[in-house]
Ligand binder design. Structure first.
Ligand code: SAM
Length: 280
């Protein structure tokens, strides 16, 4: 197999450091360095860019990001067993790889990064979704990142890019598409991973828009959308009943029929509703 750097193949790295994948940490490793370099290229031109990578594991994607020219990679990994393998990569790319051991949900990476910043990760899906929602919902916009290039279960990736009226349409689609362009850029079969997961995966690339597509308060929009899709089969007038006693009037003010269901309402409609709800 062709390689992208002078370091050993990932199968050897895993054998040397005895990195048997642990299910509890969602470990499904990518061992094909041509594939990890291809994923790194989806993150865009990395020259003069700092990259935040969550969950580097044995370092396949990390090596892809560095070989594609990232100015610096900050890699946050929860599994201490991976650190010796990551230290070897750091030695091969002097001054360009910083590794932090810990849970990405508890660590603020910003003090270690310099703009412009892009994010790339192949993460366990639960952590990935939680981080995605955090990255999409800061109170102010634009965010610290220019783009996010993230591996998800195919089904989650489809929820991020879904359009109104589809089964996959919901909170993830609305939060992502409100403030970013979101596209599926690569599809992967389970065999791409070691060990293979049960389901297919896909890489989603999100580019931050300079400003949200429609005006709305992030917190209010997030709450309205969560409540609307929590009971997605109900008409909005009953799904959002607890929100305001005059919710029917507010739905009308936003141009939405109170008898509509959440999955029929566009992003523009939800933003209008968030403004109507916030109007006091
Ligand atoms: N990036 C590597 C690759 O593509 O081969 C590993 C991917 S594996 C799906 C997910 C990685 O995330 C594992 O190395 C795991 O230990 C790490 N991880 C899991 N939960 C994490 C968390 N909360 N914070 C940081 N890393 C985490």
């Amino acid at each position: 197999m062709a390689t992208i750097d002078s370091l050993p193949p990932l199968r050897d790295v895993i054998a040397t450091h005895d990195l048997k994948a642990r299910k509890s940490l969602g470990q499904n490793f990518l061992l094909d360095l041509n594939l990890t370099a291809k994923i790194a290229r989806q993150a865009g031109d990395l020259t003069d860019v700092d990259v935040l990578e969550i969950g580097p594991g044995p370092g396949g994607l990390t090596r892809g990001l560095l070989s594609e020219g990232a100015r610096k990679v900050l890699a946050i990994e929860k599994d201490a067993r991976c650190l010796p393998a990551l230290d070897e990569i750091a030695a091969a790319y002097p001054g360009r790889l910083q590794i932090i051991e810990g849970d990405a949900l508890d660590i603020d990476p910003l003090e270690h990064l310099r703009a412009p910043i892009r994010v790339a990760a192949n993460l366990p899906y639960n952590v990935g979704t939680e981080l995605l929602v955090r990255w999409l919902t800061p109170p102010d916009w634009p965010p610290f990142w220019q783009s996010l290039t993230l591996m998800f279960q195919r089904e989650v990736a489809e929820r991020i890019v879904a359009v109104p009226g589809s089964k996959a349409y919901g909170r993830l689609a609305l939060l992502a598409q409100w403030r970013a362009d979101a596209n599926i850029v690569l599809s992967l079969t389970p065999e791409a991973f070691t060990p293979p997961p049960k389901v297919s995966s896909a890489v989603v690339h999100l580019t931050a828009l300079p400003a949200p597509r429609f005006e709305a308060d992030a917190l209010v929009l997030n709450r309205v959308v969560a409540a609307a899709f929590n009971q997605r089969r109900k008409m909005l007038r009953s799904a959002l009943k607890g929100f305001a006693p005059d919710i029917e009037d507010r739905l009308h003010a936003a141009g939405i029929k109170p008898t509509e269901r959440a999955e029929q309402v566009s992003l523009e409609g939800f933003c209008a509703l968030a403004r109507a709800v916030a109007a006091g």
